[in-house]
Design a binder for this molecule. Structure first.
Ligand SMILES: Cc1cc2nc3c(=O)[nH]c(=O)nc-3n(C[C@H](O)[C@H](O)[C@H](O)COP(=O)(O)OP(=O)(O)OC[C@H]3O[C@@H](n4cnc5c(N)ncnc54)[C@H](O)[C@@H]3O)c2cc1C
Length: 375
């Protein structure tokens, strides 16, 4: 007989893991992961930055609502702090002036200030003063320990009695009365609720459940690490530098520098791999705006950031399919918003109102519902 649960969460990336933990000990929860280990796809491929001045307004508010958890997690969640000061300089050449103005208007109060060019080049001496026109500074941006955050969610979930099944790709979903029958590569299960946290595959899971797709667009983003030139100084003290229109970014990373051309190439759901053209574009943009020269690339990778048309997440109950819940479309922001998204998804499964702090931040369920995408 199939093992029975209250909730089955599909996908053990950061989004599924945080939702599973938030559902807690009050429910029998099964976390299903298709790969042999959680975190193999986008979660394990991020740039690991927490920024409240990045992404659409809804994302900035979700990051803000997540900060307290990441800065001060519950006792025993992790052995070390999850956040470390980093700061981000948003840098613009003359062509980026309008974007600097817009970013100043859009910013949450107190998150960014404009700084003089000489301040920007003092923070990151590699910036080419001839290229740089204006700069903003988000001092409160942090490096995140993504592996520790993910591990913390999974560990607390398991300690609360949750069950994790890896190598358990969901192959079929069938609604049978008030319950779902779930066929996976690791056997059959039953649950009253499904949480769809399948990352780039979220629309495929919806199709299995008979739910309308949300038009999810996985988009490939490339990253690489390289050694800074010997005369670059103390590179590990630099802030992250992000071109104001996201043409490129770079940041210190474990003794090296991590850089990205901030590409967003549409892709089917897959094990994303970096393309040479994106690596070359990254190096070209970096060498145009800075004095850095990339002698050799030590490591490169790519991951799929997944968006819907309004680039906001899709969270909570599907209005047309009972017992089917969304935890998808977290774009390039899924790690830093995960404490808030987990709580939202758990509230939806429990048939509750939005958590009070998120309602106070101006959110309503309609902001997250897939209904907004279906005309
Ligand atoms: C280069 C890059 C830089 C980034 N930088 C940042 C950053 O600085 N800060 C930030 O907050 N975010 C960043 N992101 C975005 C962040 O990584 C994502 O938003 C987040 O990882 C999404 O998590 P997820 O759980 O939705 O997806 P995933 O981690 O992809 O997890 C989905 C899981 O579902 C599983 N799955 C799929 N289909 C099935 C099935 N049928 N059955 C069972 N399991 C299934 C998959 O195997 C996978 O493990 C970055 C992303 C990239 C690529």
């Amino acid at each position: 007989m199939a093992q029975s649960f209250d909730v089955a969460v599909v996908g053990a990336g950061i989004v599924g893991a945080s939702a599973a933990m938030a559902l807690g000990a009050a429910h029998r929860v099964l976390l299903l992961e298709g790969e042999s280990q959680p975190g193999y796809h986008t979660t394990g491929r991020s740039a690991a930055v927490f920024e409240e001045a990045y992404g659409p307004a809804a994302i900035r508010k979700l990051a803000n609502a997540s900060r307290a958890f990441l800065a001060d997690p519950p006792p025993g969640f992790a052995e070390h702090p999850l956040l470390k000061p980093r700061g981000v300089v948003f840098a613009a050449a003359a062509a980026g002036r309008a974007s600097i103005e817009k970013a100043l208007v859009d910013a949450l109060p107190g998150t960014v200030v404009e700084i003089a060019r000489r301040e920007a080049t003092a923070l990151c001496p590699a910036l080419d003063a001839d290229w740089l026109d204006r700069a903003l500074y988000e001092k409160g941006a942090m490096d995140m320990d993504v592996a520790a955050i993910h591990r913390g969610y999974l560990r607390r979930f398991a300690a609360a009695g949750g069950t994790i099944a890896c190598n358990a790709a969901v192959q079929a979903l069938k609604r049978d009365g008030a319950r779902w029958r779930i066929a996976t590569a690791a056997g059959d299960f039953e649950a009253a609720h499904i949480v769809n946290a399948a990352g780039a595959w979220a629309d495929e899971i919806a199709a299995l459940a008979g739910a309308a797709r949300i038009g999810l667009e996985p988009r490939r983003r490339t990253a690489l690490v390289f050694a800074a030139p010997a005369d670059a100084g103390d590179t590990q003290a630099w802030p992250m530098v992000c071109e104001i229109d996201e043409e490129f970014y770079f940041k210190p990373d474990a003794g090296l520098l991590l850089a990205s051309p901030a590409d967003e190439t549409p892709s089917p759901p897959c094990d994303a791999q970096p393309e040479e053209i994106d690596v070359a574009t990254c190096i070209d943009r970096l060498e145009t705006a800075t004095r850095l020269r990339v002698a050799s690339v030590k490591r490169k990778w790519a991951g799929l950031r997944c968006f819907v048309s309004d680039r906001r997440p899709v969270l909570g109950p599907d209005p047309h399919v009972p017992g089917f819940h969304w935890a998808a479309a977290l774009g390039g922001y899924g790690i830093m918003t995960s404490p808030a998204t987990g709580r939202i998804v758990a509230a939806g499964v429990q048939g509750e109102e939005l958590p009070a702090d998120l309602a106070a931040a101006g959110f309503a369920w309609s902001d997250f519902s897939p209904a907004r995408l279906r005309g």
